[in-house]
Unconditional design. Structure first.
Length: 413
C-alpha cells in the first residue's frame, strides 16, 4: 500500500465522536496505523520517511482524541444511569385495585373480633397502661427519659418477663408453621434501606449513623428482605419464610404531641416480624396466610381487635395492599394498630435484584411481610384489657407456660 493509499483510506474513515465507537471503526483505525507503520519502515529516503512520520503523528493524535471521546461517553452514560436510578427509586409500587381509595381515615373494617369489657358494669374505672405498669413495677418511663430522652422507657421485672414470654410464644407459633427463626442486624447499609423502600416517603423517620453511612432499621423487614439481595433462588425452594427478631428504631418525626404518655409511640422497641419470598402468582394467598397467623397470635392473647383494609393513601411506597390489626384500648375508647401485613408484590425484589429461576429463565419474585408481635403496643393492650379492680393483671392462658405457670401480675405495693 502506498502512502497516498494509506492517507486516502484514513481520510475516508469518518467518525462521529458523539456516537458509540463501533468495533469496525476500532479495527479500521488499527489497520491504518499498521499500514502507516509499514510505510514508514519501507521509506527509502528522508523525504518519504518524514512524510510517513508526519502521517503517523497525525494518526496518533487522532487516536488520543478517540480515547478521550470514549472516556467522555462513559462519563455521560454513567451520569445518565445515576439519574435513571434516582428517578426509579422515587416510583412507588402499584396499588391493588381492591384496596379502599383515600387517606388514613378511609380504611375498610373487615371484621371485629371479641367484645370490649364494660368496666362500668364491673364497678371500676380502668387504669391506663402506664399507671398499671408503674403499680406492677413493670414500666419506668421517667428513668427512660432521664437516660435517653422522651419516648424511651425501661421494661423491668414483670414487664421484661412479659416481653420474653411474648417472644417465646411468637417464635413457638412461627416455628410450628415452618418459618425459620432469625436474629437480624439492626444496622444496615443504604442499599438495604433503599431496596426495601424506606428511604422514600419514610425517610424522615429513619435514624442514620452518618459517620459510618449506615441506618438503624425501623423493622427487621429491611434485613430480612435484603438477606437474599443479588441472589437467584430456585423456584423449587419457594416459598421461603422467616421470622426475624430485632430491636427497631423510629424517629417518629411529625408526631409531636401525639401519644406522649406511656409506651404506645416510642423511639426504640422490639418486634417479631414474619417475611416471605414466594412466586408472584401466589402472593395474594400468601398475604391471607400471614394475616391468619397474626390473628392466631392475637386470639391467643384474648384481647378484642379488628382487622382493617388500609386505604391507598396510607400504604406507603412499597405495599400494594396492607391489612392492619388493631387492638381495643379501653382507656382510649378506640382501636390502635398492633400488627400490619403487606403484600409488596415484586417491588422490593426488583430493587434488591432478587430473582427466581424456573428452568432456563429467571424473573422477579414476590415479597411479603407481617408483624407477629410488636412488643410495646401488645403489652399496652394486655395490661389494659386484662386488668382487675385491685390493679392486678390477669395473664392469658397461652403465656403462662413461659411465665412459670403464673396466672397474674400483682402490684408491688
Amino acid at each position: 500500500m502506498s502512502l497516498s493509499d494509506v492517507a486516502a483510506s484514513r481520510s475516508s474513515s469518518s467518525i462521529n465522536w458523539w456516537r458509540p465507537i463501533s468495533p469496525s471503526v476500532r479495527r479500521s483505525s488499527a489497520s491504518t496505523s499498521c499500514a502507516l507503520q509499514g510505510a514508514l519502515k519501507k521509506a527509502t529516503d528522508d523525504a518519504a520517511r518524514a512524510q510517513a512520520q508526519a502521517q503517523v503523528d497525525v494518526l496518533m493524535g487522532e487516536a488520543q482524541g478517540l480515547a478521550e471521546s470514549v472516556k467522555e461517553a462513559e462519563r455521560a452514560a454513567s451520569a445518565a444511569s445515576d439519574i435513571i436510578d434516582a428517578l426509579w427509586l422515587q416510583v412507588s409500587n402499584l396499588v391493588n385495585l381492591e384496596s379502599p381509595v383515600g387517606g388514613e381515615a378511609d380504611f375498610a373494617v373487615l371484621e371485629e373480633i371479641g367484645t370490649p369489657r364494660d368496666f362500668a358494669a364491673e364497678g371500676f374505672e380502668p387504669k391506663d397502661h402506664l399507671e398499671l405498669g408503674e403499680l406492677l413495677g413493670a414500666i419506668d418511663v421517667e428513668r427512660g427519659a432521664k437516660v435517653s430522652g422522651s419516648r424511651f422507657f425501661y421494661l423491668k421485672g414483670p414487664g421484661a418477663l412479659l416481653e420474653f414470654a411474648l417472644l417465646n410464644l411468637a417464635m413457638q407459633q412461627a416455628v410450628s408453621h415452618g418459618l425459620i427463626p432469625m436474629i437480624t442486624p439492626s444496622l444496615v447499609l443504604p442499599s438495604a434501606m433503599e431496596g426495601t423502600g424506606f428511604l422514600g416517603q419514610a425517610a424522615e423517620n429513619v435514624y442514620r449513623v452518618e459517620a459510618d453511612d449506615m441506618y438503624l432499621v425501623g423493622t427487621s423487614e429491611v434485613a430480612l428482605a435484603s438477606y437474599h439481595a443479588d441472589e437467584i433462588i430456585d423456584a423449587a425452594q419457594l416459598p421461603l419464610r422467616y421470622a426475624g427478631w430485632s430491636s427497631c428504631y423510629r424517629r417518629e418525626a411529625g408526631s409531636y404531641g401525639k401519644d406522649t404518655r406511656g409506651i404506645i409511640r416510642v423511639h426504640q422497641f422490639d418486634k417479631v416480624e414474619m417475611f416471605s419470598f414466594c412466586r408472584p402468582e401466589e402472593a395474594e394467598a400468601e398475604h391471607a396466610r400471614l394475616l391468619a397467623w397474626e390473628r392466631e397470635f392475637v386470639d391467643a392473647l384474648e384481647i378484642p381487635y379488628r382487622v382493617i383494609d388500609v386505604a391507598t393513601g396510607d400504604l406507603g411506597s412499597s405495599a400494594a395492599r396492607k391489612f392492619d390489626m388493631e387492638a381495643w384500648i379501653p382507656t382510649q375508647g378506640t382501636y390502635r394498630e398492633i400488627t400490619s401485613t403487606s403484600n409488596t408484590t415484586e417491588f422490593q425484589s426488583r430493587r434488591l435484584r432478587i430473582r427466581m429461576r424456573e428452568g432456563d429463565r429467571t424473573r422477579p419474585l414476590a415479597t411479603l411481610n407481617g408483624t407477629l408481635c410488636a412488643m410495646p403496643r401488645v403489652i399496652v393492650a394486655l395490661l389494659e384489657n386484662h386488668q382487675q379492680a385491685d390493679g392486678s393483671v390477669r395473664i392469658p392462658q397461652a403465656l403462662r407456660p413461659f411465665l412459670g405457670g403464673q396466672s397474674e401480675f400483682t402490684p408491688v405495693q
